[in-house]
Design a protein around this ligand. Structure first.
Ligand code: ASP
Ligand code: MG
Length: 405
């Protein structure tokens, strides 16, 4: 049986009209002798509204109840999409994450899928039915509803594609594919026909919002080919796949900027073994992802350690650090949330010297100061002032234009 998993994002199912259009597209695919599993997000801005409601009642909602609430958005979508397919005379069945056999760990709000029991979906597919699954949610071993983190429906789709050994996972969204930079901001941004998992993973983690980073990680791990394309037209989008099969490696494939970060500086840290382990151990225990870390030695035996995290985690990080022994941060903890990270990503930069220098030159020519730098084999990132982020992306797109083509 040829199985294709399709995922429709919130904007693709934002209205009843759009849901009806999506239903037609699903039925057309099913008619091509294909077993179809569809993952849907909540309609439009539903999840944002649910988050706002929760926070209007309490600043710190209980994580269990928060997931209970957020998961309702997707439940509305699956029922409506299924009804719309029904109205076209085709048989479909909606399943919540739990009904679809999606088991997760216990980390409410950021749960990780641990296993998927596919029997029920396979049975429905074998009966010739279309299966519509609620994205972004699962169930833990205590039978409580969990959610996978904002944007997590992509991850549901890829995990299902892997578990069902689907031929392809189509991510249907409101843009035509993955672009070399945000097309809303850079006129000359171009759509990429193909991109490797590693490049996509870097771009996704850097704030290019098309795909949830965890979904790309899973796709790479299980070799699931992804096709990111528009749900509003039939144009080919971007194929995300293994690097060896790509025609050529670009020096720079994409430029991303992430404004939703904060820098935390721990001041007056004693210079002795075990301090960094304690600080970052505490943050890890609090499930806070740390990105760039810089330690400067400035006075005798005393260091400052700075690191960047998601801005949403800033308060939690400060609270966590304040619980450490006083002498570990004698100079206090300072948060700077007026920063952004701009990055260039390309699989071809491994074998080309001077790419980082080119980036620094382009920023310097624009009068943009670099606060922190980090690199991987296929990425260079700079922390800069947030109010210069758009200028930085434009300058970098211009500087690397010929490589992007
Ligand atoms: N509805 C969830 C969100 O807005 C999950 C998703 O759309 O992927 O984050
Ligand atoms: Mg999304």
């Amino acid at each position: 049986m040829r199985i294709i998993v399709q995922k429709y994002g919130g904007s693709s199912v934002a209205t009843v009209k759009r849901i009806q259009r999506v239903a037609k597209r699903i039925v057309e695919l099913k008619d091509q002798n294909t077993a179809v599993v569809v993952v849907v997000s909540a309609m439009g801005k539903t999840t944002d509204k649910l988050v706002a409601k929760a926070h209007s009642i309490t600043e710190q909602p209980k994580v269990r109840e928060y997931d209970m609430l957020l998961a309702t958005g997707e439940q509305v979508s699956i029922a409506l999409v299924t009804m719309a397919i029904d109205a076209l005379g085709c048989e479909a069945v909606s399943l919540t994450g739990a009904q679809a056999g999606i088991i997760t760990d216990n980390v409410h709000g950021k749960a990780t899928i641990s296993e998927i029991h596919t029997e029920r979906i396979m049975k429905l597919l074998n009966e010739g039915k279309i299966v519509i699954v609620a994205g972004f949610q699962g169930v833990n071993l205590e039978d409580d509803i969990t959610t996978l983190g904002r944007g997590g429906s992509d991850t549901t789709a890829v995990a299902l594609a892997a578990a069902l050994k689907a031929e392809l996972c189509e991510i249907l969204t409101d843009v035509d594919g993955v672009y070399s930079a945000d097309p809303n901001k850079i006129d000359s941004a171009r759509k990429l026909d193909e991109i490797s998992y590693d490049e996509m993973l870097e771009l996704a983690s850097l704030g290019a919002k098309v795909l949830h980073p965890r979904s790309v990680e899973l796709a790479k791990e299980y070799g699931v080919d992804l096709h990111v394309r528009s749900s509003f037209n039939m144009r080919e989008g971007t194929i995300v796949k293994e690097e060896e099969t790509l025609e050529k490696k670009r020096i720079v494939s994409g430029i991303a900027s992430d404004p939703k970060i904060a820098k935390v500086s721990v001041l007056g840290v004693p210079d002795r073994p075990g301090i960094a382990a304690t600080i970052f151990g505490a943050l890890a225990e609090a499930h806070i992802n740390v990105d760039i870390i810089v330690q400067n030695v400035n006075r005798e035996g005393i260091n400052d350690i700075s690191f960047t995290i998601s801005r949403d985690d800033a308060d939690h990080a400060v609270a966590t650090l304040k619980k450490l022994p006083q002498d570990m941060c004698a100079g206090g903890v300072v948060v700077d949330d007026k920063i952004a990270k701009v990055s260039i990503v390309g699989a071809g930069m491994i074998s080309r010297p001077g790419v980082a220098a080119g980036m620094f030159r382009a920023l310097a020519d624009e009068g943009i100061n670099i606060d922190m730098i980090s690199t991987s084999e296929i990425r260079v990132s700079c922390i800069i002032a947030r109010n210069r982020a758009d200028d930085a992306v434009s300058a970098l797109h211009r500087a690397f234009e010929s490589d992007l083509a």
